[in-house]
Design a protein around this ligand. Structure first.
Ligand SMILES: [Zn+2]
Length: 410
């Protein structure tokens, strides 16, 4: 058994070294996924860490599809992280990857157990006033527009049509910016789709970065459902939250730290865009102090203004920050929950050691069951008041955290 596994790994390592992996048209690929999902699907687990319930496997396209289907069934957006580029660059260091992940989780658990005074934010009039500018009508308009593309999938024949149109829209919005900015598309090795990035440059400590992000791609996994993938909740909603946050933040005074807003490519195919970006940032030793992930914010499955805060593969410190921000400004109800490894792009940043936060539309089991189908459109249950709370989280992080010297203390 062990020998067979070793031989398989050597084969993968050798073939990966021979050429750059084509991650959209592959024979087999290495992934990290929730151990429960791998087991439920009888996919051979080559390495695992029971503490964090993460398994490493090599999958065929059919296995990947089954993971995606299962993720969808249990209500996850993503569901696995593609490691093809890691294998290519680093060789078969998957045990190290699992160990690192477990260590990060352990640090978070220690922080949770430590008797710190709870975080508190001091109320700031400028932030309070900015939060009143969050417009539900704008959010509805952005979601309507983004979900009108037939598909935003990275495997679509035109995977960048909506990315290009979004860039044009943001450029005209940014013409009014009071803050120096840069806007760019990011090319990837793992997918033809590009990510989009807006950088609002900080005044005093521009090298310290607050990341606000969400994935712009969509997917349709339903059998015989055609290729239409409106993705209104998943994730036009989080993308819209970020556009609205940008509109408000760029009209305020320049923050001390830099704010970077990302709309990631190819999340639904294994966190492709965010994984490359986070890896690149780590390699360049970029000082990212916080990462907010917004993925699905439109369906209030646990009730209006009930926010699920995912506690796995996120930062304890940022989760506490969210609770403090909520107490002072947002006034929603925060409920802790888990979504399993790789449920969204925050996993990419977490794995590189950056503090991440994942406030979600509901508790995990109560989230929108229509995602990844043609039915993920604006419906009578879509709730823009609920969704507006997530823009408010982004605005608070952009105006409070990006103006402070607060950092994860571990
Ligand atoms: Zn999603």
């Amino acid at each position: 058994m062990k020998t067979a596994t070793m031989a398989l790994l050597m084969f993968v390592a050798t073939s990966a070294m021979a050429h750059v992996p084509d991650m959209e048209n592959f024979e087999t690929k290495p992934i990290l996924a929730d151990l429960k999902d791998l087991r439920a699907l009888n996919i051979p687990v080559l390495a695992k860490d029971e503490r964090i319930e993460v398994g490493y496997a090599i999958v065929t396209p059919l296995m990947q599809q089954r993971i995606q289907e299962r993720s969808h069934q249990v209500g996850k957006c993503g569901g696995f992280e593609d490691l093809s580029l890691d294998m290519h660059v680093q060789g078969a260091g998957f045990n190290g990857i699992l160990d690192n992940l477990a260590k990060i989780q352990e640090q978070n658990a220690l922080y949770d157990r430590a008797p710190f005074a709870p975080l508190a934010l001091e109320k700031n009039a400028a932030i309070e006033s900015a939060l009143t500018e969050v417009s539900e009508d704008n959010l509805r308009a952005y979601v309507t527009w983004l979900s009108s593309f037939p598909s935003r999938s990275n495997r679509d024949a035109e995977p960048n049509r909506h990315v290009d149109e979004m860039k044009t829209r943001l450029e005209s919005m940014l013409a009014e910016s009071k803050i120096p900015y840069e806007i760019s598309q990011i090319n990837h090795t793992s997918t033809k789709q590009r990510s989009l990035k807006v950088r609002l440059v900080g005044s005093e400590r521009p090298n310290e970065i607050v990341v606000l992000g969400g994935h712009l791609d969509s997917i349709n996994q339903s059998w015989g459902g055609g290729k239409t993938a409106p993705g209104a909740d998943d994730n036009a909603s989080g993308s819209a939250n970020l556009i609205e946050a940008l509109r408000i933040l760029m009209s305020k005074s320049q923050p001390k730290r830099t704010i970077e807003i990302f709309w990631y490519a190819g999340e639904e195919s294994g966190l492709l865009g965010s994984a490359e970006i986070a890896k690149q940032y780590k390699a360049e030793k970029k000082d990212v102090v916080a990462v907010l992930q917004l993925d699905m914010t439109l369906f209030p499955g646990s009730g209006e203004l009930v926010i699920g805060s995912m506690t796995d593969f996120t930062s304890s410190w940022l989760r506490e920050y969210l609770k403090a921000a909520n107490e002072t400004y947002i006034h929603a109800r925060i409920v802790d929950d888990k979504c399993g490894y790789g449920c969204s792009d925050h996993a990419s940043w977490n794995r590189q050691g950056y503090p991440a936060l994942m406030p979600f539309e509901a508790t995990f089991s109560k989230s929108n069951k229509n995602i990844h189908t043609t039915r993920d459109v604006i419906t009578p249950e879509s709730n823009f008041k609920h969704s507006a709370a997530y823009t408010k989280i982004a605005v608070v992080m952009g105006m409070d955290l990006a103006n402070s010297d607060a950092r994860q203390p571990y």
